[in-house]
Design a protein around this ligand. Structure first.
Ligand code: HEM
Length: 135
C-alpha cells in the first residue's frame, strides 16, 4: 500500500526554528528534532544552529554512523515540497504583461485596418482639389 508523505515548503519549515519547535532539513527530508535536542550526542547547539534551515552539509560533515541514520527515521515528519506554487503577485505581473501585449496588438490591428481607407480618402481629396483647381 502506498504511504502518504506530508510535503512542506521551505517557508513552512523555516517557521519551526526554536528550541521548543525545532525542525531541520536533511537531504530533502524534514525532521522534528525538538524531543531529541537533549539526547543528541553532538549536542543541542549544532541542531539549533541549523533549525528551520537545510542542514544537509553540516549533517554530512559530522560523519554520522549507520545507527544515527537509522535513528533519524524516528524524527522524520515529511519531505520538502520542491514544487511550490507561485505567489499571487507573480501571477499578477504575468496578467499585466498579457494586458500590455494585448493593447499593443490592438493598436497594430487598428493601424493595419484604418491606414488603407484613410490613405484612400486622402488621395481622393487631393485629386478632387487638383481637379477643381484646373477648371
Ligand atoms: C534527526 C537528525 C539527527 C540524528 C538522529 C543525529 C544523531 C546523531 C548520533 C546518533 C550521533 C553519535 C555519533 C554517530 O552515531 O554518528 C551524532 C553525532 C553528531 N551529530 Fe547528529 N544527528 C542528527 C542531526 C544532526 C545535524 C543536523 C547535525 C549538524 C548540524 C549533527 C551534528 C552532529 C555532530 C557534530 C555530532 C558529533 C560527532 C562526533 O562527536 O564525532 N547531527 N548525531
Amino acid at each position: 500500500m502506498p504511504t502518504l508523505t506530508k510535503l512542506y515548503s521551505m517557508k513552512e519549515a523555516a517557521l519551526h526554528n526554536t528550541p521548543e519547535d525545532c525542525w531541520i532539513v536533511v537531504d530533502g527530508k524534514i525532521y522534528d528534532v525538538t524531543a531529541y535536542l537533549d539526547d543528541h550526542p553532538g549536542g543541542a547547539d549544532v541542531l539549533l544552529a541549523v533549525t528551520g534551515m537545510d542542514g544537509t552539509e553540516e549533517f554530512e560533515d559530522a560523519g554520522h554512523s549507520k545507527d544515527a541514520k537509522e535513528l533519524m527515521k524516528d524524527y522524520f515528519i515529511g519531505e520538502l515540497d520542491l514544487d511550490e506554487t507561485p505567489d499571487m503577485p507573480e501571477m499578477e505581473v504575468f496578467r499585466k504583461e498579457q494586458d500590455k501585449d494585448f493593447a499593443s496588438k490592438l493598436a497594430a490591428y487598428a493601424v493595419q485596418y484604418w491606414a488603407i481607407p484613410v490613405a484612400a480618402v486622402g488621395i481622393s481629396a487631393v485629386v478632387a482639389i487638383l481637379y477643381a483647381r484646373r477648371k
